[in-house]
Ligand binder design. Structure first.
Ligand code: NAD
Ligand code: MG
Length: 360
């Protein structure tokens, strides 16, 4: 087992990474505060892992709630099912919620924990590659609104993150690839050495070789933890994690949540950011080709939906609703080079329009 630490003063917490950690009662025991535990999961993950997870909390009063599966259920309405359980079963302020599932379950459970009685403890047990390398670390929680993704939420840090890499064995190939998009993102924004490692090892990850997966998960979590420690609430550099996300969120919302996976949107959206960075003279054609090749080898889309499926106007409209918008300017994460990203609202509008038109 590997242990990393997210350094946030008195809210610091460990990330445990290893094979078969889920059933480990001793590991999680110190992070359960009261006696009541509610495991939140969904209809896909419950038959696979709920019993095993429950066993780790057997000495507590443990209950579970099973939500419908899918990004289109990441809503306030679904969240109410968690509150119904908490309030109906008389959970008190000393309870602990456990998020057992991918990023959708993690974000919703975290938000429920932030809001229930103004804040209770929670533990992240991410079971997708995407949630293991990204969403379970850093304390961003929330739900979608029909007009925008993750528009309603809170910062709320978990007590610990338990990453059982064995859970990846049951994940669909398409979901594994979606997770790789966020892994590649870390290389692109701040870790050129990791980008090169990925170029050499991406097939090993697709083949789910445990050592390659473990290394990439550790490296991604470390990269994320370093920045979260410096900028918990995204006053500055944390925004770099949103490479490809302004374009990608527009794709996800524009095509209907759940049709494009989050990681797929991030992949195509990152390539749009790469193309625009090339227009601005930051990246060379060779850089673009190299980045595209890695996303393609990871079996990810590199082009956004066609103009017929999603017009430039629709793109611009959805991008204008992004959380990074300040005083009406769409701020974008762009690249200076492979391994160095920056946030800017200061670019010629025509370059954005050319990107939307030409990179299709
Ligand atoms: P997801 O939670 O929808 O999971 C993908 C699918 O895999 C689901 O059908 C799920 O039920 C299934 N699944 C989960 N674990 C499995 C397993 N071990 N075996 C088989 N199937 C399994 O999607 P995701 O990609 O994990 O997360 C995407 C979400 O995360 C988005 O809503 C995104 O906004 C959010 N996100 C949040 C942050 C953050 O910082 N909070 C960061 C990145 C992404
Ligand atoms: Mg993301």
């Amino acid at each position: 087992m590997k242990t990393l630490q997210v350094e946030l003063g008195d809210r610091s917490y460990p990330i445990f990474i290893g094979q078969g950690l889920m059933g480990n009662a001793e590991l999680v025991k110190p992070y359960v505060k009261g006696q009541q535990v509610l495991i939140v999961t969904n209809t896909t993950v419950a038959p696979l892992y709920l019993e095993k997870c429950k066993a780790a909390f057997a000495e507590f009063n443990v209950k579970s709630v099973v939500l419908p599966d899918g990004e289109n259920y990441k809503t306030l309405e679904t969240l109410n099912l968690v509150f119904d359980e908490l309030i109906g079963q008389r959970f008190d302020r000393s309870c602990t919620l456990v998020a057992l599932g991918g990023g959708v379950i993690g974000d919703m459970t975290g938000f429920a924990a932030a809001a229930f009685q103004r804040g209770v403890n929670f533990i992240q047990m991410p079971t997708t590659l995407l949630s293991q390398v990204d969403s379970s670390v850093g304390g961003k929680t929330g739900v979608n609104h029909p007009l925008g993704k993750n528009m309603i939420g809170a910062f709320h840090q978990p007590e610990c993150v338990v990453i059982d890499t064995e859970t990846l064995n049951t994940l669909e190939d398409r979901q594994l690839s979606a997770g790789l998009a966020e892994v590649i993102k870390y290389g692109l924004i701040q870790d050129p050495e990791f980008f090169e490692w990925l170029e050499a090892n991406i097939e090993k990850m697709l083949n789910r070789e445990p050592e390659a997966l473990s290394f990439a998960i550790e490296r991604s979590c470390q990269d994320k933890a370093d920045i979260v420690a410096k900028d918990e609430k995204e006053a500055g550099m944390r925004a770099l994690f949103n490479l490809g996300h302004t374009f990608g969120h527009a794709i996800e919302a524009g095509m209907g949540y759940g049709n494009w996976l989050h990681g797929e949107g991030v992949s195509a959206g990152s390539m749009q950011a790469v193309y625009m960075s090339k227009l601005l003279g930051n990246l060379t054609q060779e850089d673009e080709t190299r980045i595209q090749a890695l996303f393609e080898r990871a079996k990810l889309p590199v082009l956004p939906p066609s103009v017929d499926e999603m017009s430039n106007d629709k793109f611009l409209d959805l991008m204008a609703g992004d959380k990074k918008v300040q005083a009406g300017t769409v701020r974008l994460v762009l690249l200076k080079s492979i391994g160095k990203a920056y946030v800017t609202g200061d670019y010629p509008q025509e370059f954005l329009e050319q990107t939307l038109t030409n990179w299709r």
